[in-house]
Each structure stands twice: as C-alpha cells, then as structure tokens.
Design a protein. Structure first.
Lengths: 167, 164
C-alpha cells in the first residue's frame, strides 16, 4: 500500500514537472511563438486602403530596421523595414483561402541568447498576391534573428532553394 | 460496460491487444521508414498527379540503386515535412537544355511520352550538371515556365521514388 502511494506521488510530481518544463517560456519557445505570429499575420487579410497599410506595418514590425530579405537571383535584396512595409502595402490583397505556415522549424540560439538562427519550410497555399494561379508553394528559409529591444525580430531572411533554377 | 468492452476487444482481449500492437508497429515501420505518404498540391505534374491526390514514395529504392532518368522523385525541402514531386530528366555530368518544352540531353531530344501539355515560351539555355546534380522538371509544360519549379537538385535531397 505504501509502495503504491509513493508510485502515485512520483508520477504526479513527474507530470507536474513535465507540464512546467513544456510550458516554460524559454528563448527557443519565444522564437517559435514569434514565428507562428508572423505566419498568422502574413495569412491575415489586411483589406483595401488603410487596412492594407495597417497590415503592412504590422508585418514589417517583425523585422529589424536594417533587415535584409534575400530571395536569390535574379531578384535584388530587399533592404530595410521601410522597404518591406512599402512592398507589403503595394501587394495585392490575397484570396480568402490564402495561408502561410512554417513547418519543420529548427532553432539554434547564439551566444548570450541575443541572436538565433531558425531554419524552416515556409508553405504558402491558396491564391495569394504573387501566386496568381498557383495554389501551393514551399520554400526552405534560413532566418537570422536578433533581440534588440526585448523582442525577437527577423534580421536576415535567406531562401535556400531545394531546386535551383538555372540562371 | 461489458458490452462495450466486448465490442472493442472481442472475446479474447489479450489477443486483440496483441493484434493492435502488431498493426501499430508495422504501420510505424512502413510509414516511418519505407513508404512516404505524399498529398500532392499544385498542377506541375499534370496529367499524372492532380492536386489533393494521395501517393506513396519508396524511401528505400535509392539505397541500392541511383536515380534514373524518368523516375518520379520526392525532393526534400527543409527537414522533409514538405517535398517537391518532380521527374528526373538529366543525370550527373550531362548537358541539359529545354527547347519548346522538349528536353534535350547532350544534344539528343529525350522521348517523353508522359508530357501531354506544352505551351510557348518553354525554353532554357543549356547547362552542365555537376557530379551529384540531377535536373528535374514537372510533366505539365502548359503552365508558364516562370511559375514552374524546375532545375538542379542535389542527390542528397532526393529521398524517394514513386512506389506504384
């Protein structure tokens, strides 16, 4: 009887410890959460006019002021939060079924936990601003993040092509 | 209660549990290490694969042979949750170009009976493939070439071939 009680207590302690550990907001978890928020924001429809502007500003807020988005040749690098916001504001409003998700997210923290690198697969489905008639696209991304003011922001986004188009 | 137990576990619960355990173990092995289920999205492999179709890719084929021209392959993107499905048309060391939607390898046109749809603008200058590089393209050459993902893929990214 005593042994059974000890087993129950140990099980409960293990379960509580696991629950605390799994819900503890470590830096890696914060980064994953931030990336999920970014995907959700990219999925949102800003609507025309001011709604589109507000949505673009919200999206740009995920990036550092000097962020760089490298789409690979032949496209020029997109430099700076302002440029990202301008491009987002100019893009077409996506269709109802447009969605962005991040799969296979792997996060590596840098020294001091003030920088990090995330590798993931960005999946875009539905009819979006640049997809036209396409319904699905997936790209592997390497994202360098910084934490300049208490919140993780994207500093550099580089597309890694699984299939390299000849130039 | 006993009716429900009988309904789910039958007259021999132990044997039923063993059967369920074996079924789960076999499923984990088959779908974790041998067959890769892929739900296709997009139109680049029409007419063979339509969007939302479920297909299986064999992860073991390339353990004992190298990819061949004409193979339909799964190409790993990221850690592998997402794959591209394309057809191999160029092998390592070959020179590949596309003329009016027709693949030309080392100066010779490739017979591609699986390509039913072609349109204008499908031209690509000749490129030479490196030692571990394959050239992949979809069967649907009726969409705009700019919207079609095609090109060089490294051997390590080819993770399986069409199972059947």
């Amino acid at each position: 009887m005593q042994g059974k009680r000890i087993a129950v207590i140990v099980t409960v302690i293990c379960a509580v410890a696991f629950a605390i550990w799994s819900s503890w907001p470590g830096e890696e978890r914060r980064i994953r959460s931030r990336l999920e928020d970014l995907a959700a924001t990219a999925t949102e429809r800003g609507g025309p006019g001011l709604g589109q502007m507000a949505h673009a500003a919200k999206l740009a807020g995920f990036f550092t002021a000097d962020a760089v988005v490298d789409l690979g040749p032949p496209y020029p690098e997109i430099r700076g939060r302002e440029t990202i916001m301008a491009l987002a504001a100019k893009s077409m409003v996506p269709g109802d079924d447009f969605a962005v998700t991040f799969e296979d997210v792997a996060v590596t923290l840098g020294p001091g936990a003030t920088s990090a690198t995330a590798r993931l697969t960005a999946v875009v489905s539905g009819q979006g601003p640049r997809l036209l008639n396409d319904t699905f696209d997936a790209r592997e991304l390497e994202i360098d993040l910084l934490k300049p003011a208490g919140e993780w922001q994207l500093h550099r986004v580089t597309i890694i092509e699984a299939i390299q188009r000849p130039r | 209660m006993s009716f429900l137990l009988r309904l789910f576990f039958g007259r021999a619960p132990r044997a039923t549990l063993i059967r369920v355990g074996i079924l789960v173990a076999v499923s984990v092995v088959v779908f974790g290490w041998i067959l890769m289920p892929v739900r296709t999205q997009g139109i680049s492999m029409l007419p063979l694969y339509e969007t939302d179709g479920l297909h299986f890719f064999n992860r073991l084929t390339y353990a004992w042979r190298e990819p061949r021209r004409g193979d339909i392959v799964a190409i790993q993107v990221g850690a592998g949750e997402v794959v591209y499905v394309k057809r191999i048309v160029g092998l390592p060391g070959e020179r590949v170009r596309i003329e009016a939607g027709n693949v030309v390898v080392n100066g010779q046109p490739v017979d591609e009976p699986y390509v039913r749809y072609r349109t204008h603008g499908w031209d690509l200058e000749e490129i030479a493939l490196g030692p571990d590089e394959f050239f992949v393209v979809g069967d649907n050459r009726s969409m705009r070439i700019e919207q079609h993902t095609l090109g060089l893929v490294h051997r390590r990214r080819i993770v399986g071939t069409k199972a059947w």
